[in-house]
Ligand binder design. Sequence first.
Ligand SMILES: [Zn+2]
Length: 349
Amino acid sequence: MPLVSMRQLLDEAAKGGYGVGAFNVNDMEQIQAIMGAAKETNSPVIIQASRGARAFAQDRYLFHLILAAAELNPEIPIAMHQDHGNSFETCKSAIELGYTSVMMDGSLKDDGKTPSTFEENVEVTRKVVEFAHPLGVTVEGEIGVLGGVEDGHGAGGTGLEHITDPDQAVEFAERTGVDALAIAIGTSHGAYKFTKKPDGSVLKMDVLIAIHKRLPNTHLVMHGSSSVPKDLQDVINEYGGKLKETWGVPVEEIQLGIRNGVRKVNADTDNRLAMTGAIRKVLWTQPEKFDPRDYMKPAREAMQKVVAQRMTQFGQAGHAGDYAPIPISEIAKGYADGSLTTQPLVAAK
Ligand SMILES: [Zn+2]
């Protein structure tokens, strides 16, 4: 299947009442793990690359690896997404490369660290939408600031310092025309999200629910949504690792989000943990091994297992064959003639 618009993927998810995992990639094995899981569970999927990933793998390598995934899996809808674009230029370069979706994270200035003002965020996000939509490319924005740091991107902190204000979310969606909106409800990037098991009082699910009520047709995005399961931490520590005890976002909270308008769920840390644990186990228990395939194959299998589990939990499993891909050029026409409106239907308070 050709790469599809993330907008189409998320519109379908809204129709079906499920969420779609957006998994980060840096190399071939991660792409293969995701596609193995998508095939196994018959799931549409979002494959995303951060700026760090694009620099690590080099743009052309990564782009062609993802294209290969699309060629080899014609039955799976795949959106290729730029994760956390820090500037108009980053998003433009992804679009020119062939990405079908970009995130403009205008919640931070282009250093990827300093929180920006609301007006700065609106301005840069609007500019990306004006460039992307005529080309049929989907845009995700962010309002509020997530905690933690990943790939050198992030404001740090706990994630509870800049919770999204529902009124601002509505104004932001109206003024920018984004297709999807990342909101800050207390999640943060990386492995060290919470120092105890988070309950309903830690994650601001009430804020998420309030935003969805006001913006029923804007696809919400949960970032920093790895669950950081203890068994994956244990494998790493059992074979010489030194992870400190930590908790992620419980899957039940993500599922509550999905019942309230969350359509894209970003998860990276769990996959990193799964791969690292598998590699450590081989190197620790079979120190005579030196062929990278001896540890990359179990690493790829470990990641595929976690991704398949998430696809089932998010509800996207079984939905790959629900629809035919709409060419990106047709999506562009939809934005132009207003049939793919990005003016949110705002519900009363
Ligand atoms: Zn993120």
